[in-house]
Write a protein that binds this ligand. Structure first.
Ligand code: NAD
Length: 260
């Protein structure tokens, strides 16, 4: 369905980003991977996707905590893939602490990676999309883009900001065939969430299995994790012709979290 299109997926060496990159590649899109990790593992992911789906897959390890890194990523994608049709802003980090104890350096890092990076990649990718008359921007926000939890000030601020930024870009491009939407996942069992489960087990003196169950039940009425494959399917849909008039939306994929 996406043959002939190219996609940049930030933070796609792990978790949700990798799930989305895989789903887009399976539909025929050429892919720019980005993110950190062991170079040998990343190269095997890159080569594996290219071989399995017969698409072009390239990698750029730009650090998206800086404007220069974001610019370099988009420029490299335009150079090596020829254009950027689909931009998925997914890279993100978490830090958990009360506001009065929140390290300033962690606040800055969360805001730059989870929010500012999307501004920088979009401002670089939009002119090409506008010139060609096509674009699909998908920002991976969170249930925490719509509601809050204690001890996640930077993350909640960044994700609420990303939902707002998504609406602005949607409005600015509303009359063109460029859409900009946010996906708002609830709990997904990725390394980012595993770290929170393990911290909870340590702090509360519980087993990891028990901490996992409690974390899920506390917020997500379905009591099931959202999977990276489900998020990949939503990203494919938002990139498809059927979603051409969906723009400025924030779509919860959260087992009912924000319905409460
Ligand atoms: P993850 O830790 O598995 O993956 C994060 C990815 O971002 C990795 O590829 C990592 O290398 C990359 N990354 C981190 N810092 C970077 C930087 N400075 N520059 C470039 N890449 C960087 O996490 P995940 O759970 O897959 O999260 C992906 C996105 O989904 C994040 O934006 C997160 O906030 C969001 N999200 C996750 C959940 C969840 O439950 N896991 C829920 C809602 C939203």
């Amino acid at each position: 369905m996406l043959k002939g299109l190219t996609a940049v997926v930030t933070g796609s060496t792990s978790g949700i980003g990798l799930g989305i990159a895989t789903a887009l590649a399976a539909e025929g899109a050429d892919i720019m991977l980005n993110g950190f990790g062991d170079p040998a593992v990343i190269e095997s992911l890159r080569a594996g996707l290219a071989t399995e789906f017969g698409v072009q897959v390239v990698y750029n390890g730009a650090d998206l905590s800086t404007a220069a890194g974001c610019e370099a990523l988009v420029e490299d994608a335009e150079e090596r893939l020829g254009k950027v049709d689909i931009l998925v802003n997914n890279a993100g980090i978490q830090h958990v602490a009360r506001v009065e104890n929140f390290p300033v350096e962690r606040w800055d890092a969360v805001i730059s990676i989870n929010l500012s990076s999307a501004f920088h990649t979009m401002r670089k990718a939009l002119p090409g999309m506008q010139k060609r008359g096509f674009g699909r921007i998908i920002n991976i926000a969170s249930a925490h883009g719509l509601v809050a939890s204690a001890e996640k000030s930077a993350y909640v601020a960044a994700k609420h900001g990303l939902v707002g930024l998504t609406k602005v870009v949607a409005l600015e491009n509303a009359e063109s065939p460029i859409t900009c939407n946010a996906i708002c996942p609830g709990w997904v069992l990725t390394p980012l969430v595993r770290a929170q489960i393990e911290a909870r087990a340590r702090t509360e003196g519980k087993s990891v299995a028990q901490a996992e169950r409690e974390l899920l039940i506390e917020k997500q009425p379905s009591a099931r994790f959202t999977t990276v494959e489900q998020l990949g399917a939503v990203a494919v849909f938002l990139s498809s012709p059927g979603a051409a008039n969906i723009t400025g939306a924030s779509l919860p994929v959260d087992g009912g979290w924000v319905a409460r």
